[in-house]
Design a protein around this ligand. Structure first.
Ligand code: GDP
Ligand code: MG
Length: 152
């Protein structure tokens, strides 16, 4: 766990279509995380199959890739203390019916196949996902004016 831990967060096509880009970004900003990279992308089927390669044997895999390929995705990297684990807490459980109110999925979704937002599940997968979605020069190094007010 470090102040510079990074996680990959992606607002899925349903989140973008439903106008949730602003509200989802606000949750990470308000918590004190620093935005390091951001882009709206439609990376295509092959890229999305790579992103979800671990799930390729699941019966819902083809549907998942079609869903992710159905519109633009807002891809982001957020940085801060315990960013991966806390990012998952902000996101809520995979199945929105099990997500607590106050989480992104618990407030904005009802169905596992339309759960509006992705977040890395470990530091290792965060590193892999960031490398898959962003070129190194797309990660912006900057000092947040808030830092001394967020961290002791
Ligand atoms: P996550 O890390 O919480 O996003 O969950 P997983 O990595 O296990 O699954 C990736 C994504 O696949 C989830 O966010 C869902 O959109 C989708 N998914 C997972 N399980 C199911 C399922 O049982 N049915 C359907 N239709 N989609 C699923
Ligand atoms: Mg996952």
């Amino acid at each position: 766990m470090s102040k510079t831990e990074q996680t990959f967060i992606a607002i899925k096509p349903d989140g973008v279509q439903r106008g949730l880009v602003g509200p989802i970004i606000s949750r990470f900003e308000n918590r004190g995380f620093k935005l390091v990279a951001l882009k709206l992308v439609s990376p295509g089927k092959e890229h999305l199959e790579k992103h979800y390669a671990d799930l390729s044997s699941k019966p819902f895999f083809a549907g998942l890739v079609n869903y992710m390929n159905s519109g633009p995705i807002c891809a982001m990297v957020w940085e801060g203390l315990d960013a991966v684990k806390t990012g998952r807490t902000i996101l809520g459980a995979t199945n929105p019916l099990a997500s607590a109110p106050g989480t992104i999925r618990g407030d904005y979704s009802l169905s596992v196949g339309r759960n509006v937002c992705h977040g890395s599940d470990s530091v290792e997968s965060a590193q892999k996902e960031i490398a898959l979605w962003f070129k190194p020069e797309e990660l912006i190094s900057w000092k947040s004016a808030q830092e001394a007010w967020v961290f002791e």
